[in-house]
Write a protein that binds this ligand. Sequence first.
Ligand SMILES: [Zn+2]
Length: 213
Amino acid sequence: MKEVKSKDSKLNLVLLGAPGAGKGTQARLLCDAINIQHISTGDIFRKHIAGNTELGIQVKEYLDNGLLVPDSVTIEIVKLRLSECKQGFVLDGFPRTVLQAQALDELVNIDSVINISVSIDKLASRLALRRVCHCGKTFTAPNLDVKSIQCVCGGKAVQREDDKQAIVKRISVYQSDTAPLIEFYQKQGKLFTVDGMQSIELVHQSLYSKLFG
Ligand SMILES: [Zn+2]
């Protein structure tokens, strides 16, 4: 990892992490702490679509047809946004592939890549204790035998089995897709990993101390 002299210095960061790892939350905490820009490709896509821009129209067409947005389009969107972030940034949701990472290297120098790792098994057991009410409020059951929890709204919070399976599937797909990317950044000596199974505050602290230690 490149040595970071001061927290006021410009930093170009990439945040990697599976769904449920808390990437978005950590990116926002980091931006508040060190005054860099949060670049979320998901947010940018939604903004372009809402604004009906030329790029937005293209992106919407792919998504409406159930297709992935091609690298060339995503890279173009990131390039535009990077030009507005002269004081440093944290990229969230990009790159997703080695090809995208190579394109990014041609656009800008990346200082560090933070991998927020989650364990599928632990996440699955954490999710097994989650009870969700129809009002949206979530609870953590004290043990697996507690099937439902009385919600303040009068409803009952229960486990959503399909949800749990979907997220575990998404995590394993993410992990196999992103493995080459992790290797790519490891070879560059820019990658470090934090344990995403800790509390939000602890993940932020370990991330911060690894950057500024
Ligand atoms: Zn409720």
